[in-house]
Write a protein that binds this ligand. Structure first.
Ligand SMILES: [Zn+2]
Length: 259
């Protein structure tokens, strides 16, 4: 079994990288952000709770996230392994996770603040359903319109450079204890996340001793795509090296509710 946790600040591409690991390796991507977004767009009780928090400008708390993960893990559909994204969020949760699951590795995506800012400030949010997009690597099919509900896309009020600085500070403060705990007991691989999507994926696999994807090799060799290429925005067809068309599930910064 292959059991991993992926850690990285918003804008580091961790959702995209985690998803890519599941494409050919028989493991499940367990993303807090995806679970919350699914619940929001399917009007579940949990989704309503998340909406209320977002409407009040509050964050989804660590306890709620922990219960979401606990219930997701209890489905046991990950017989061959998983990559968890968006959890643990603090030292106590990291200890709990280590006791419950025997991790094989922790992927720590590292990116300097100025690059994170460039990426995060390209984010857009659906004013109607709360799904989020990124003008760099998960563009909506129609400009300024949500793929899911047609709502208008807006910039989040709290996506200002000042607010982002504060969030990055908080991320680093909360995450460092998690990384420290994992470093003591588990295999932490630190990855330079500034490179292109394919290169980052290949680096993760090399450092974890996982087989490389043929596609990654080929793509990296031919176009060196970095995920910032512009897209034609006409349909949801997947093009290798791009993540467009799955804006609400492929983004990297969880859920628009923890940040
Ligand atoms: Zn929408």
């Amino acid at each position: 079994m292959r059991k991993y946790v992926i850690i990285g600040p918003q804008g580091s591409g961790k959702g995209t990288q985690a998803k890519r690991m599941t494409e050919d390796l028989d493991i499940v991507h367990i993303s807090v952000g995806d679970i919350l977004r699914w619940n929001v767009s399917h009007y579940t009780k949990l989704g309503a709770q998340v909406r209320r928090l977002m409407a009040r400008g509050e964050l989804v708390g660590d306890d709620l996230v922990q219960s979401v993960i606990a219930s997701r893990m209890s489905r046991h559909d990950w017989n061959h392994g998983f990559v968890v994204d968006g959890f643990p969020r603090n030292g106590a949760q990291a200890e709990f996770f280590l006791e419950s699951y025997d991790l094989d590795g922790v992927i720590n995506l590292d990116m300097p603040d100025d690059e994170l800012k460039r990426r995060v400030l390209a984010r857009r949010l659906c004013s109607q359903c709360g799904l989020d997009y990124n003008l760099i690597d998960s563009r909506p099919r129609r400009e300024d319109r949500c793929d899911a509900c047609g709502g208008k896309l807006v910039t989040r009020e709290d996506d200002t450079p000042e607010a982002l600085d504060a969030r990055l500070r908080e991320y680093r403060e909360k995450t460092q204890p998690v990384i420290d705990i994992f470093s003591r007991k588990e295999f932490v691989v630190t990855i330079d996340a500034r490179a292109g999507i394919d290169e980052v994926q290949a680096d993760i696999r090399r450092k974890l001793g996982l087989p490389l994807r043929d596609a990654d090799d080929a793509e990296a060799a031919t176009d060196g795509t970095d995920g910032t290429d512009t897209t034609d925005g006409t349909n949801g067809t997947k093009t290798p090296g791009r993540t467009r068309g799955t804006a609400h599930t492929s983004d990297d910064d969880d859920d628009g509710s923890d940040d």
